[in-house]
Write a protein that binds this ligand. Structure first.
Ligand code: MN
Length: 447
């Protein structure tokens, strides 16, 4: 299983739009990606100015497509992800794979890396999954990081203080640069696993393999001590320096605003492997795909946490308007007065970056923002149903949070129907339906 086979599957379903006109990596490809951001289609740029390589974009752009890639019914998505997180399975390592069709010396200027936004510091790789292991070999980790191209052989890498940062710190103590594989164009399950909040010590390749029903194979790199997906489109072999740092950024992150420039480590690229006709994978920062990949695994955390305090959680949506990160809409089956507020507290505990959360009843569609607004309009009283928590840690990506301390104010809105007031007042009116009316309507709508 690979990105290649998934693209073929999507091609057959008519979900791939071929862009045949010549466009440049410098703003032109990103401009078209942004124009098509909410259309749900995969874009395949066939003629990229100055490059031989095709560029695929928006591969994991919709919930539905992610479910298709994982071969999961959308209703079982959260429980399937949790199962894979809890029961990772080691993938097979094979001698050879499609990615080793060409093994050679690296030259980053030959790869169609995009320059996305007006004030970005330069071209950035945004879809790479990066593998590294601990100095003693006991811990393997896979995560997604942005890479700023500095020259033909060097990147600056943004290391948020999480797992790869920890491995880099451990390498620093031993005084040896950290070997990494940088894989581009991998199966959606690998990207989703790499975006998942599993604990340090769990290898995300094992999680991906569990999601792929044992369909992931790995190869060992040629020039560094690291493994990578055998069916990837492109693998760069690199070393994260433990001594050299440069200014990285500014660069647009998930909220669509510029993340600040800061000192970050340099990666030296020492080798490259790719398919003969490799396809480069692009991912638009702050686009629907970015928000979905970052948000979805955190919806699972919220779902799990809220499930512990109320009888049933119907759905969770880290909404696109909230950048897939800062706003959650949660629908629950309310049993007792107070369930709504308990659900809010559980959601904030599960996802520390969460800023605003709305809890609604199970008959409200969490993906329909108008429906949610209707619930707030008819079921919510600010003097009774609002929670405000001041001076708590939130997301540094929120421009309105205190940029020095990272402190922010969180707001929870309990828009569930109050059980203490007469039920009839809150009933959503229905028009009685007959078979004939239904048929006529269906014919008119052409469905
Ligand atoms: Mn990890």
């Amino acid at each position: 299983m690979s990105m290649r086979s998934f693209l073929e599957q999507m091609e057959a379903k008519g979900e791939v739009l071929h862009v045949k006109d010549e466009v440049s990596t410098n703003f032109e490809v990103p401009f078209i990606m942004k124009k098509f951001d909410n259309k749900g289609l995969i874009l395949l740029f066939e003629k990229v100015k100055n490059y031989e390589t095709k560029v695929a974009a928006n591969v994991c752009g919709t919930r539905k497509r992610i479910c298709t890639a994982l071969n999961i019914d959308p209703n079982g998505l959260y429980s399937s992800l949790i199962e894979a997180w809890r029961s990772p399975q080691k993938p097979k390592t094979v001698e050879d794979g499609a990615v080793k069709e060409v093994v050679g010396k690296p030259n980053l200027s030959k790869i169609p890396v995009l320059t996305h936004f007006e004030k970005d510091a330069g071209p950035y790789i945004t879809s790479a999954v990066i593998y590294a292991k601990s100095v003693d070999g006991s811990v393997g980790n896979v995560s997604v990081h942005r890479l700023q191209v500095l020259d033909d052989k060097h990147f600056a890498i943004r290391l948020v203080p999480r797992h790869l940062y920890k491995l880099w710190q451990m390498a620093k103590e031993s005084g040896k640069d950290l070997d990494v594989s940088i894989s581009i164009g991998v199966h959606p399950a690998v990207v989703l696993a790499a975006s998942s909040p599993v604990p340090f010590g769990v290898n995300e390749f094992d999680v991906a393999n569990a999601l792929m029903d044992n369909g992931l194979t790995l190869v060992e790199c040629e020039r560094v001590d690291a493994c990578a997906p055998a069916e990837a489109e492109l693998i760069l072999e690199g070393r994260i320096s433990v001594t050299k740092e440069v200014i990285e950024g500014p660069f647009v992150d998930i909220t669509g605003t510029y993340d600040i420039a800061r000192k970050q480590p340099v990666v030296e690229v020492v080798g490259v492997m790719h398919r003969e006709d490799y396809v480069y994978q692009a991912l638009l920062p702050s686009g629907a795909e970015h928000r979905l990949l970052m948000g979805l695994p955190h919806e699972v955390l919220i779902w799990e946490s809220v499930s512990k305090v109320v009888p049933k959680v119907n759905a969770v949506n880290l909404s696109l308007g909230g950048s897939g990160w800062l706003h959650a809409i949660i629908s629950i089956e309310k049993q007792l007065e107070g369930d709504g507020k308990n659900a809010l507290l559980a959601a904030f505990a599960a996802h520390p970056s969460l800023k605003h959360a709305v809890v609604v009843d199970s008959n409200i569609d969490v993906y329909d923002v108008s429906d949610v607004e209707w619930a707030i309009a008819t079921r919510f009283q600010a003097s009774e149903d609002l929670i405000i928590i001041e001076n708590v840690r939130g997301s540094t990506l929120d421009s309105s949070a205190d940029q020095e301390t990272g402190l922010t104010t969180k707001m929870g809105v309990d828009a569930t129907r109050p059980l203490t007031k007469p039920k009839g007042k809150f009933e959503r009116a229905k028009v009685p339906v007959s078979k004939r009316a239904e048929e006529v309507a269906r014919k008119l709508l052409g469905v």
